[in-house]
Design a protein. Structure first.
Ligand code: FES
Length: 142
């Protein structure tokens, strides 16, 4: 089951995806950079109309917070924790194709996941996402 937290903290219940499968997905996505040849199955999350450009949506997937961000370069999904000191990123500011951390101000490119400005921080943990038929889809193993 997926719970979506909007920017104004309204909670709604979305697509009934098996939580155990999502747990598998979240773990697999963390490792996707190490094993990018692994086949993914994409699962429907929300309508793209629910996520206008310049906005973000926080999803709770089997105990893991995943932040969907729609920017001019597209829709991106990332773990809702800053790689510097684990601060939540959902209150960070989107600017063009980047997000800034509200705690210490590090800025991350959403396309590459890398920190901008030579901060030396580790990159964001990103998840596979695509948009098809007006729906936002997250990739899962298997
Ligand atoms: S916790 Fe995000 S920049 Fe320090």
């Amino acid at each position: 089951m997926i719970f979506a937290l909007t920017d104004d903290s309204m909670i709604s219940n979305h697509h009934p995806v098996n939580p155990l499968f999502l747990a598998d997905f979240v773990q697999g996505a963390r490792m996707s950079g190490e094993n990018s040849a692994e086949k993914l199955t994409y699962h429907d999350l929300i309508s793209i109309d629910e996520l206008p450009t310049g906005e973000k949506r926080l999803l709770m997937l089997a105990g893991e917070e995943v932040l969907l961000c729609r920017v001019p370069a597209g829709v991106f999904a990332l773990r809702n924790r800053c790689p510097h000191a684990e601060s939540p990123l959902h209150e960070g500011r989107l600017r063009q194709n980047s997000i800034s951390c509200p705690l210490h101000g590090a800025r991350f490119d959403l396309v590459s996941g890398r920190a901008l400005g030579g901060t030396g921080y580790r990159p964001l943990t990103c998840f596979p996402v695509k948009v098809e038929g007006g729906r936002v889809l997250l990739g899962m193993k298997g």
